[in-house]
Design a binder for this molecule. Sequence first.
Ligand code: F6R
Length: 610
Amino acid sequence: MCGIVGYVGNRSCLPILIEGLKRLEYRGYDSAGIAVQQNGALLVRKAAGKVRVLEERVKDGKIVAHSGIAHTRWATHGAPNDINAHPHTDCSGKIAVVHNGIIENYGVLKSALLAEGHKFVTETDTEVLAHLIEKHVKRGLKLEQAVGAALRAVEGTYGIAVVSSDEPGVIVGARNGSPLVVGVADGEYFLASDVAPIVGHTRQVVYLDDGEMAVISPDGFHTATINHQPIDKPVHEVEWDLGQIEKGGYDHFMLKEIHDQPASVRDSMRGRLIVDEGLARLGGLNMTPEQMRDIKRIIILACGTSWHAGLIGEYMLEEHARIPVEVEYASEFRYRNPIVDQGTVVLVISQSGETLDTLAAMREARRKGARALGLVNVVGSTIARESDGGVYIHAGPEIGVASTKAFTSQVTVLALLTLVLGRQREMSVEDGLLLARALDAIPGKIERILQREADVDKIVQLYGGHDNFLYLGRGYNFPVALEGALKLKEISYIHAEGYPAAEMKHGPIALIDENMPVVFICTRDAAYDKVMSNMSEVRARKGRIIAIATEGDDAVKERADHVLYVPDTLTCLQPLLSVIPLQLLAYKVAVNRGCDVDQPRNLAKSVTVE
Ligand code: F6R
């Protein structure tokens, strides 16, 4: 989604803003722009396409400024072109605004402003903000007051940064539903939609909450509500460093993050897994053992890849902790009238902690009285802050738009939660020890799979040009089939479907012929023989079979055209291994087709609109 960066200080702002925009590229965008305060005026430059196009446009040496705002836009209202790119200005060109989110009542506001004589030049919802602020500045208000007055008339979501040529060195930011962070350094201050553009300069940050504003200038910063009630906000220390948000020698963030997984899964378990006792300790749940024992039902809320991890969590928690679990698409949950009775705990899974549907579903569940626990990666994110407790998955920054290491860390933490809740219930010491030891061995086994990365290459050469793929699995491997298909479609734009293997004969089998590659996830578990039968059904119809199988399984070679092996583990942990070759397959197919893996078309890393 859109990204914001703003800077005030002693240094030249241009390189800081451009570098900041590059660090925000991972969020997904289609155009970019900047506005700087220079010699009592605003200079605005915009460009459709990549940040490097904008960079070319500002290379003329005309910008020599120390404060400014910049933006990457992911179009919602109006085509992705130069004009609709942010920043947007008022009639006089003295006020510039960058905005993440959607102004829902922009139609009404625009009509009123047009009637008052304001001239609009873009198709965006954001432009109304510039004109609304202008209106209040003309009434004699300072920029901060004018922004507050404008925002009080607005319905919708926003993270904004605003500058005015009349107040050099001042940037006003505000948030409602779209994150905004203030970076605090010595004599310089930053505003950004996440910490990525800030961490190279400072680790001291202040997270704004909904309905709050921040004003930064070289002299300092202050925070208040949009009604101008001052608020003291704590300064947090960001744990990530710059190295973690760079590619570290890999061609793409996605490949780096696939390779990060032995370490990221280890980090998710660090200090939590007690192998010798078959136990886990999760400090952040904020629940007493009695409260945990009283959980009667769990509803998991998530979207996309996080939803797939949730399905695996459902299987684990029901099998080992014997707690009934439902997994809901957050976007569906929030618009039904779901039953949230006493004893229901809501588990909210989100890498970014900012996905709007997930956040809104969590708020709805809490409104109905549920305790909400967050399984979140981004520290300080909105879901992490608004939940009643939870567990950070500690995967480290995930920059690749296609989620990889967050998925395996989410599943790892769900396994830890299963240990915690299971051992309080029917899980024996022996079973706890088995699960804990198997979990402990997972990072080493992922390493082994990654060492065989080249095995995927032949499959890419043979099938990379196909337009359709089917992914089939049963039990714990069914969500893996969904995840494998999602990975392929989002970065290579190949149509791929994930299905429970047994469902194939209820419809999708009609698709099978010699042009349909079918990926079977058929590791050795209770469903193995059934999956092998499904494989025979595909083979009988000349479908081409790629199997993900357990090391040492030679029988599978008789039915599959190609086999990618993964080490054996407990059935419930199998997804942590079987997903790895599927991530590599999707990555390599996309690269082979010349797709921009780190910035797939139409996609955004953090989906902060409905
Ligand atoms: C797929 C992917 C998305 C996200 C989804 C939820 O690779 O990344 O499907 O999983 O948008 O995002 P979070 O987990 O940030 O709530």
